[in-house]
Design a protein around this ligand. Structure first.
Ligand code: MG
Length: 305
């Protein structure tokens, strides 16, 4: 099988993972989660989001999270930025990368992001200029890249168009998101192969939700198409305040375990990662969807003599 031998994990647990949780996660709990995630060797973290605190109260302490978290050298810290107001707040923080976003489907832009595609792209363009001026890298997010809860199938051309705009804005990365968890491995492979061939200068990343149990199969399809960077969330925490019926992100620990078992390297220590998952379960007082903590690490035993 042809797949990358080094795979990069972007941990989104304290952003996408908790943004729809009703229980407010206190600042010290967020910082403890992040500390355990960093200690496990995760090198890219989308730590928080500068969305309106009125719309997503869970992210109101974005600046405090970034100021308070440990950031050893080599760890890249990212935050989601929806518009110029968010960008202004982000500029006052120490960030390596901002993540902008536009939905590929107009229905999702209008119903959930409160502006049409062109307006969203204008806002992204404006924010991108500021981010570059401040020396931050940019990941352009394509929401509903694989399917929209209002419009169904999303044409390849819609995703291509936005990826092209992001390339013009100077994004080195574009993230394709299956925002509510509708896609399948065949569609993922088709999209990833097509878009990577079209924009060879851009690194494409993938973001899956396990809404219908197809999350890790989609990762495998992405790997086979040459994608080497995936968003994941500890414990499979997740959901989206603006995406009806979206459930958890694919879990970091299950994804990393699968990758390691297949011979790919992530630089992550799974035993330590499970400490972060266990802590997250204690914060929410319930078992999270990720399976590895409860199944345990695989035990292969000694080969038969
Ligand atoms: Mg998501």
């Amino acid at each position: 099988m042809n797949m990358p031998s080094q795979v990069h994990i972007v941990e989104v647990g304290t952003r996408d993972g908790i943004q729809a949780e009703k229980q407010f996660v206190e600042l010290d709990q967020k910082l403890r989660m992040l500390e355990l995630i960093v200690a496990a060797g995760v090198r890219r973290i989308e730590a928080t989001s500068f969305v309106s605190p009125r719309h997503v109260p869970q992210m109101a302490d974005a600046a405090e999270v970034l100021a308070g978290m440990e950031r050893p050298p080599g760890v890249e810290i990212e935050a989601l930025v929806p518009n110029m107001r968010g960008m202004e707040r982000a500029l006052e923080c120490q960030l390596d990368r901002v993540v902008l976003f536009v939905a590929a489907s107009e229905g999702f832009n209008l119903k959930n992001l409160r502006a049409g595609r062109e307006k969203m792209l204008d806002a992204a363009r404006e924010a991108a200029k500021e981010a570059h001026g401040a020396g931050m890298k940019i990941r352009g997010g394509v929401v509903t890249a694989f399917g929209c809860p209002y419009e169904g199938r999303v044409p390849l051309e819609a995703v291509e168009r936005i990826a092209g705009d992001y390339a013009d804005m100077g994004c080195d990365e574009v993230g394709l998101a299956d925002t509510v968890g509708m896609t399948n491995p065949v569609a993922v492979r088709r999209m990833a192969e097509h878009i990577r061939a079209k924009f060879p200068e851009i690194r494409f990343t993938l973001h899956f939700h396990n809404t219908r149990g197809v999350g890790l199969a989609n990762v495998l399809a992405g790997l086979e198409a040459g994608v080497d960077t995936f968003d994941t969330s500890i414990g499979g925490l997740g959901g989206c305040p603006f995406a009806p019926r979206a459930t958890g992100n694919i879990s970091t620990e299950d994804t990393v375990n699968m990758l390691h078992e297949m011979g790919a390297e992530t630089g992550i220590n799974l035993g330590k990662l499970l400490e972060a998952v266990s802590y997250a379960e204690s914060v929410f007082g319930r078992q999270l969807p990720g399976q590895l903590l409860h199944a345990g690490l695989p035990e292969w035993g000694a080969p038969a003599a």
